[in-house]
Design a binder for this molecule. Structure first.
Ligand SMILES: Nc1ncnc2c1ncn2[C@@H]1O[C@H](COP(=O)(O)OP(=O)(O)OP(=O)(O)O)[C@@H](O)[C@H]1O
Length: 265
């Protein structure tokens, strides 16, 4: 592949945040993903790539138990965050989703003010005691999502009135506001124009200083620009996983090579 910038790898081998072993997902009779084993590092961006329908989003949704909300979905296998099994009966999925935030394909702000979109999570999880503390969390989250300067004078305006790229940054601010450790992003730029996409990519690069970021993307250029690790999925299996530079320049599996050179997908 030409014209892609391969970022330097700065991930150490012992910084695993998420560890998945033998993960299977069925939707009714459909075996959507099979035997996924992967260790995802902290303070880095991991990209999940592969042709449409290969199971990227299904795997992403395993990481905060969002598949629990799909009645036909059945998940098997072991998924640990910091060594703790997320299916343990002691784990409350609502608390888990505050710790493992998610940003979706289409920006989906609540029909509320910009401030209330960000304040919602901290309020329902009781993370702040006073209005001043809540205001602080709102400002900090909007700053970290690179949106503060654009909205600080209209925090009471509806979130839905922002541009698409601003709405997506608002959704990122909303996810950050509950102090997650992990951010899952399911094609966060697919509904955005190139300028808004570039802003989100720059933001993702900043977010990895604080979070473990896992992003599903259809764009190999995007995976190469923003990630340090890449996982290539094909027909429900994880074919190859490694340093992004290696996956794009020296793939070990012929299926990976076919995908990145555009022969499949
Ligand atoms: N809610 C669902 N009910 C039934 N089958 C589903 C559901 N969600 C996904 N699937 C099936 O599971 C398989 C994997 O889908 P998934 O959306 O995870 O793939 P993907 O790689 O993210 O695809 P895309 O890139 O098109 O979003 C596909 O065969 C899909 O049709």
């Amino acid at each position: 592949m030409k014209d892609i910038l391969i970022p330097e790898l700065d991930v150490t081998a012992d910084s695993t945040k998420i560890s998945a072993r033998g993960v299977q997902v069925y939707y009714g009779e459909t075996h959507a993903i099979r035997d996924i084993d992967v260790d995802i590092p902290d303070k880095a961006v991991t990209a999940l790539i592969g042709p449409s329908g290969c199971g990227k989003s299904t795997f992403l949704r395993c990481l905060n138990r969002m598949n629990d909300t799909i009645t036909t979905a059945r998940v098997q296998g072991d998924i640990r965050i910091d060594g703790e099994e997320i299916h343990d009966p002691r784990i409350d999925p609502v608390q888990l989703r505050a710790k493992v935030g998610m940003v979706f394909q289409k920006p989906n702000p609540f029909p509320k003010s910009i401030r209330d979109n960000v304040a919602y999570g901290p309020k329902i999880h009781g993370l702040t005691r006073t209005r001043a503390e809540l205001d602080e969390v709102v400002e900090k989250s909007l700053r970290r999502a690179a949106l503060w300067d654009e909205v600080k004078d209209r925090l009471d305006a509806p979130g839905t009135g922002l541009s698409g790229g601003q709405q997506q940054r608002l959704c990122i601010a909303r996810a950050i506001a509950t102090s997650p450790q992990i951010l899952l992003m399911d094609e966060p730029c697919s509904a955005l124009d190139p300028i808004a996409t570039a802003q989100i990519e720059e933001l993702i690069d900043e977010l990895r200083a604080r979070f473990c970021v896992v992003i599903v993307t259809h764009s190999m250029q995007q995976a190469a620009r923003v990630s340090q690790r890449t996982a290539f999925f094909h027909l429900g299996s994880l074919v190859e996983y490694g340093e992004t530079g290696d996956i794009f320049t020296n793939p070990a599996d012929p299926r990976t090579e076919s995908y990145i050179t555009g022969r499949i997908g």
